[in-house]
Design a protein around this ligand. Structure first.
Ligand SMILES: O=P(O)(O)OC[C@H]1O[C@H](OP(=O)(O)OP(=O)(O)O)[C@H](O)[C@@H]1O
Ligand SMILES: Nc1ncnc2[nH]cnc12
Length: 185
């Protein structure tokens, strides 16, 4: 597994806007609140540019066919990353939200259990995709999404996360996937 830090102008200041909220949504969880960062145009631009770099080659050319975002914070970050790369966006949604035929995977995350779904025709066999989300905690969400991509016959080019919680074993569940995290806490 490769981890690439993507320092850039304004990125450190952007990441400093993430707020710690103790005991949310339940006692013992230190919740990482990205809403102050999202509300700052300069910070949001720096973060989207840094995440999009995970979908480019060394010359800066896009190398993915689709960006996937996991509900719901992965939608906020993933859609602008897709625009930056000039490719389409695919939502990976919680159970029961997608209207047509889906593949589904159930999983556990830091403070809940859930099922994620993808439309069966969202990806073409052989598509190379970039997964985008805000937090890598237990890795349950990312691992479930990788399984959905495999079920579609597509390939995970990389996983781009705003932050990684180093006190949880998230990265251990991602095999040899190419993981980019902008911040480790
Ligand atoms: O690595 P994990 O343990 O799976 O946790 C990470 C996931 O948890 C959060 O999403 P959540 O399901 O809480 O949904 P939200 O974005 O709608 O708040 C976060 O946005 C990641 O998707
Ligand atoms: N501690 C945390 N803060 C924010 N989002 C999360 N998703 C899973 N764990 C989280």
């Amino acid at each position: 597994m490769t981890v690439r830090d993507q320092p850039g102008p304004g990125l450190d200041a952007a990441l400093a806007l993430i707020a710690d909220v103790p005991d949310f949504p339940e006692p013992g969880i230190l919740f990482k609140d990205i809403t102050p960062l999202l509300g700052d145009h300069v910070a949001l631009t720096a973060v989207i540019d840094a995440l999009a770099a995970a979908g480019r080659d060394a010359e800066g050319r896009p190398v993915v066919d689709k960006v996937l975002g996991m509900e719901s914070r992965g939608f906020i970050l993933g859609a602008p990353v897709a625009l930056a790369l000039g490719v389409g966006f695919v939502p990976v949604r919680k159970a029961g939200k997608l209207p047509r035929a889906t593949y589904a995977v159930s999983y556990s995350l830091e403070y809940a259990e859930a099922t994620l779904e993808i439309h069966q025709d969202a990806l073409a066999p052989g598509d190379r995709v970039l997964l985008v989300d805000d937090v890598l905690a237990t890795g349950g969400t990312a691992k479930a999404t990788m399984e959905l991509v495999a079920e579609c016959g597509a390939t995970v080019h990389g996983i781009a996360m705003l932050m990684e919680l180093s006190f949880l074993p998230g990265r251990d569940s991602l095999g040899d996937a190419d993981l980019t995290t902008l911040l480790t806490v």
